[in-house]
Write a protein that binds this ligand. Sequence first.
Ligand SMILES: [Zn+2]
Length: 143
Amino acid sequence: MLQIVKSLSIVFIISGFIGGCCYLLNVPFWPVFGLSVLTQFILYDLFSRWRKSKIEVEFRHLENERIKAFSEQGLDVTCPVESCNTVTFVPIIVNYDNEYECPKCNAEIKIYLGTKCFLKTTPVKDDPFDKHNFVTNTDYEQE
Ligand SMILES: [Zn+2]
């Protein structure tokens, strides 16, 4: 309520100022005052519409980003119910209890994530038996 009174008084003060300036230039005060109030309301309406649509676009953008992030961090999991075995794509969050409901049998399913470590090896370049003769089991003469 106080906000409305404050906003309206700002509108009236600005309109009064414009009307006063025009009155000094021999233009009648009240028509200019009314027109100024009306113009400010229209401008405010346009501004709030523009801001609202901008916020909406930003929200949609964020939502899309979130969906994209989810699709990058997900797994195709198989329903453990033996008569179902439906494969579903489920978003995975590493530090969170990952649960989902099977879309076919509606079972509540919990996903446990595990990790496995492997030693990184360097693949052998070229064919190591390129210069080897398997018949005599010796290397070919180097040229
Ligand atoms: Zn299922």
